[in-house]
Design a protein around this ligand. Structure first.
Ligand code: PLP
Length: 392
């Protein structure tokens, strides 16, 4: 069919650059080992930090919810699709996050879109870290607010932007809690200090910190002892929590407002019972099985040390996200392919997800990995690295 030649042309360019990628279907459940193209490999590319996607208690509560409440909800939350379990879960989440209220969206992506697009007008300004997640960038695109971008985690740059913003009604500083490509943690104590000095609000997106940082995985705000000083905490239920969804934890006022104005919340159907029931159980697991988070961090330390000892450049990460910096886009994908040959699944990440020249293979260990699996993975990195001349 005619009509998409200009798209086809761009795809051809990607193919000649070596950046065209096929989707890679898993032929098994998500886990520390997965089957891909008939081969069992060690999974190092998932966000399943705590192994909750297939935790026995999670599966059990999802199954029970399907049996009792069915496969779907049949409506958006604001018409006929709010189940009692949705409300119970939000209350539990708010208590867990030490906030007044919480509201669940269909995904972390739509949470950022819905929150940013609805709370800001042309009287306001949003001040955003340059490496914030795509969903924050898109949320900002949907507002009529003025925009300022500050240099990545650079507090002089943030302060400058705040100084230039004093004429607006509201200044909203937005940052990822943990940056998803480099694994570094936002300097929240400094951000809070500046925001308080310039009378600004703060929104933190804890997608990669929920279930990972803070007491029982409460996130970066709790990690830094800043409970009550960050106005809006966004997070995902799709990474460490192991299911699907996003949430905003904040005041009752913001929750009530978003129920009326948060467009993805208003115009997209609510989560199926199995999703909400499993998310609810995930909070219990975080509270009752803290050893999972301990194991995640032990594995993280072991794996980072191993990669470093082999001679890889692992960037500036402070979290389980560990990039192996490669540089060239094509080489990053080749390295990933070679790792697969050696029995490890670790995806190359290239432009436009990261800057040109900063291509990498990004790894995330989980609490599910055994020491043997991680040691096997390190051998694979060594072999593949030597084969491609990344290691001498
Ligand atoms: C993954 C991610 C999201 C999106 O979350 P989903 O629940 O997968 O839609 C939002 N923000 C950040 C920082 C993320 O890493």
């Amino acid at each position: 069919m005619k009509g998409f030649e200009y798209l086809q042309k761009q795809l051809e360019e990607m193919k000649s650059e070596g950046t065209f990628r096929q989707l890679i279907p898993l032929e098994s459940a998500q886990g520390s080992r997965v089957t891909i193209r008939g081969k069992e490999v060690i999974q190092l590319s998932s966000n399943n930090y705590l192994g909750l996607t297939s935790h026995t208690r999670m599966k059990k509560s999802a199954e029970e919810a399907v049996r009792e409440y069915g496969a779907g909800t049949g409506s958006v939350r604001t018409i006929a699709g709010t189940l009692k379990m949705h409300e119970n879960f939000e209350n539990k989440l708010a208590e867990f996050k030490h906030t007044e209220a919480a509201l669940v969206f269909q995904s972390g992506f739509t949470t950022n879109q819905g929150v940013l697009s609805s709370i800001l007008t042309n009287e306001d300004v949003v001040i955003s870290d340059e490496l914030n997640h795509a969903s924050i960038i898109d949320g900002i695109r949907l507002t009529k607010a003025a925009r300022k971008v500050y240099k990545h985690v650079n507090m002089e740059s943030l302060e400058q932007a705040l100084k230039e913003s004093m004429d607006y009604r509201t200044r909203l500083v937005v940052t990822d809690g943990v940056f998803s490509m480099d694994g570094n943690i936002a300097p929240l104590p400094e951000i809070v200090e500046l925001a308080e000095k310039y009378d600004a609000l703060i929104m933190v997106d804890d997608a990669h910190a929920s279930g990972v940082l803070g007491e029982n995985g409460r996130g970066t705000v709790n990690h830094f002892g800043l409970d009550g000083r960050v106005h809006i905490q966004v997070g995902t239920l799709s990474k460490a929590i192991g299911v699907l969804g996003g949430y905003v934890a904040s005041t009752q006022t913001l929750k009530d407002y978003l129920i009326h104005k948060g467009r993805p919340f208003l115009f997209s159907t609510s989560h199926p019972p199995a999703v909400t029931a499993a998310c609810d159980t995930a909070i219990d697991v975080l509270l009752e099985e803290p050893e999972l988070i301990d194991k995640l961090w032990e594995n993280t330390k072991y794996f980072k040390k191993g990669l470093e000892t082999l001679g890889f450049d692992i960037g500036i990460s402070e979290t389980p996200i560990t990039p192996v910096m490669i540089g060239d886009d094509g080489l990053a994908h080749k390295f990933s392919d070679q790792l697969f040959e050696e029995g490890v699944f670790a995806q190359g990440i290239t432009f436009p997800t990261v800057q040109r020249g900063k291509a990498r293979v990004r790894t995330i260990v989980t609490a599910e990995h055994s020491r043997e699996e991680l040691s096997e993975a390190l051998s694979a990195f060594e072999k593949a690295g030597k084969k491609l001349g990344i290691l001498s």
